[in-house]
Design a protein around this ligand. Structure first.
Ligand code: ASP
Ligand code: MG
Length: 420
């Protein structure tokens, strides 16, 4: 049993759907689960639609029409026969949104978000399954919400592993013995059957959940890059593909912000020793990266850049030390406002952290922290993390930069900096 995961970029248009379908169709043997994300940038558009609804904007229908049109254009390009049942199926899925936005937005915003945004994965998977069904028999569309069970933390559902594993073993394994199944990434459901999402870019994580609960032979994540690279080509001219990567390095790179794999993906598959293959959907036969329980570490230094960081420094007002007691208080405030720390450093009377800048979160955090602490912050700073650093690599990334903070462990160096 194998799992393939395809992200939004791979199915952004009719040609993409055809390409992905041919990759699936070339797979030997039947036992395959396909996990797919929403098409292209549809999740962003659905987020915009959610905002429009919550704020009572009058362009709401306009935004919604554009989303529908995008999908129907793809459908028209794929299917000459406009009576194919997928047209109605997709239309009916959108009707869920119609019903929701007819009412006043009285429910909790995060709940509403999940009900709207999840539609992206539902329709993309229906379109992919329908097209794949024209190429071969034994294709089944499955609703991921019957398998992935979460608590009711909307927008960041916490997986109920026991229940999820039982359902997957009981209901999914038999289907996969006869069919190639297509399901959604990113979505799950609560015990009351309300839809939840697992956090932005969560489809990789979904694929890892399915793989772990199926005890899959392997998970392949199909990307628009040739594999895991030692830096993002967006920031670096010369990048190298890493052919073999250990789970450990992979989780470190993902944790520090390498966008290639969602950070939560590694743990479930590492725990079950399932190999993770990163492959290019543009060159399906090329080598890519194999992530396994390899013991060797990365052959080359790897760089991870994060821009648009906030750097926050916290000082007790009364000049008292930063000790366990205030740290636990400070951490609980980060937790409360869901601020995810990217770097941290403490000294006798100060504690500094960097995190992805978010004006709303920063304001709320400042309001709480300012009661007991003096707080200073910078925004618009960059964070670079170098795994397997040396002085040369540090010098290379800090040219024309002012270093605001530097944290080093044996293998990893993090620098918060800004342009001189
Ligand atoms: N469609 C979701 C997102 O864009 C999940 C994913 O693509 O992994 O965040
Ligand atoms: Mg995506």
């Amino acid at each position: 049993m194998k799992v393939f995961k395809f992200g939004g970029a791979s199915v952004k248009d009719a040609e993409g759907v055809k390409n992905v379908s041919s990759i699936i169709n070339n797979h030997k043997g039947n036992e395959l689960l396909v996990v797919v994300s929403a098409m292209g940038k549809i999740t962003n558009q659905l987020e915009e639609l959610t905002r429009a609804y919550l704020n009572g904007q009058d362009d709401i229908q306009h935004i919604f029409e554009a989303i529908k049109l995008y999908h129907f254009n793809v459908l028209h390009e794929l299917f000459a026969d406009h009576n194919h049942p997928v047209f109605d199926d997709v239309m009916n899925t959108f009707v869920e949104i119609d019903w929701l936005i007819e009412e006043e937005p009285d429910d909790a915003p995060d709940y509403i978000y999940d009900q709207i945004v999840s539609i992206g994965e539902l329709v993309s998977s229906k379109i992919l399954a329908a097209w794949l069904g024209t190429l071969r028999s034994g294709v089944k569309w499955l609703d991921a919400r019957s398998f992935v069970h979460t608590d009711n933390t909307y927008r960041e559902g916490l997986v109920n592993w026991e229940k999820t594993e039982v359902e997957i073993q009981k209901k999914l394994v038999p289907v996969l013995q006869q069919n190639i199944a297509v399901t959604q990434g990113f979505i799950g459901s609560t015990s009351e059957n309300f839809t939840t999402t697992l956090g932005r870019d969560g489809s990789d994580y979904s694929a890892a959940i399915f793989s772990a609960c199926l005890n899959a032979e392997s998970l392949t994540i199909w990307k628009d890059v040739p594999g895991v690279l030692n830096a993002d080509p967006k920031w670096f001219d010369e990048t190298e593909r890493i052919p073999q990567l250990s789970y450990h390095d992979a989780i470190e790179l993902a944790y520090y912000g390498a966008t290639i794999i969602h950070p939560k993906t590694i743990k479930p598959i590492q725990n079950k020793s399932i190999p993770l293959y990163v492959r290019s959907f543009l060159q399906p036969d090329a080598e890519g990266t194999d992530i396994t329980d390899l013991k060797n570490h990365l052959p080359v230094p790897s760089f991870i850049f994060k821009v648009n960081q906030a750097l926050l420094s916290i000082f007790p007002k009364d000049f008292s030390f930063i000790i366990e007691e205030n740290l636990s208080e400070i951490f609980s405030l980060f937790h409360k406002h869901r601020v995810k720390i990217n770097t941290m450093l403490n000294s006798a009377i100060s504690f500094s952290i960097s995190f992805d800048y978010d004006a709303r979160k920063l304001d709320k955090l400042m309001a709480d922290l300012s009661k007991d602490y003096k707080v200073k912050y910078n925004t618009g700073v960059e964070l670079v993390t170098i795994r397997y650093y040396n002085q040369e690599t540090i010098d290379r990334v800090t040219v024309n930069k002012n270093i605001l903070l530097e944290v080093k462990s044996r293998n990893t160096c993090q620098i918060v900096m800004r342009d001189k």
